[in-house]
Write a new protein. Sequence first.
Length: 322
Amino acid sequence: MPGLPRPITVPSRGSASGRGLRHPEPPKSSVTPVRRRETAAAWAYISPAVLIILGLGVVPVAWSLVLSFQADDLVTPSRWVGLDNYAALAQDPHFAQAVGNTVLYTVLYVPLSILFGFLLAQALNRRIRGVGVYRTLVFVPFVLSATAQGVLFSFILDPQFGAANSVLHHLGVSPQGFLTDPGQALLVLVAITLWSGTGFCVVVYLAALQDVPPSLVEAARLDGAGTWRVLRHVTLPAVTPVTAFLVVWQLITSLQVFDLVYVTTKGGPLGSTTVIVYFVWEQAFKNFTAGYGAASAYVLALALLAVVVVVRVLRRPGKALR
């Protein structure tokens, strides 16, 4: 009877015989130049982007921070004033008015845009004829630039020749000032931005609603839950992360509004639509007080940072529960 074949034993790496099976490593002298060439090539490829980021991002931010502690008119040599610009902002009634207008604009725009966006997304998240056309029509205003929107509504809302007052006249309503009325101008700007900005919320909510598992909705309905209970206990918890994202996004958007104000009202009438960003532009490039404008810009930056921190802190307990 023939014997069984002998097993082949592979020597371990630490054994002397195993060392002969290992591939010889290239000498370090030949590896180092290759890595140096690869590193140099990588930096050559990314250096244009790095220079652009430094030139258009980091350097202006650092320069404006230094500028906020100086008295500078962008023409004559600057003079160091320390915290005087920030102290002057605290006592400036025009800056207080700009802050109040920005807060009012934000308080009105952010919750209304999110509410209308969610309701429209719920309505468009159905199998109805022409739903693609309706979704496109809702999103088209968001694609238009703020400048185009301002020009369009400046013609529509013109107190003398605008189409809006013409329609109101046929309905028996007295003509309105709209963008020329201090009591209406800011509210009209909120309405214009709702017309354009709600489309973004609709698209984001549509994507979130289509990711809600249909099995959860069917299970809730089998348990006897109505439309309101399904919305409260299934749909809203499922879109909570999206809502948090939209709150941050819309807050940042509302605090940075400028183009629409510049095109339509120029901060008027009587400063009723002067927001913080327009105030920064006005101080820096109209009144030529660049240091004062930079200080107000950093107050806005701190406000944006505080908003993001507050939202993240509020979301942390929810993450812990999950």
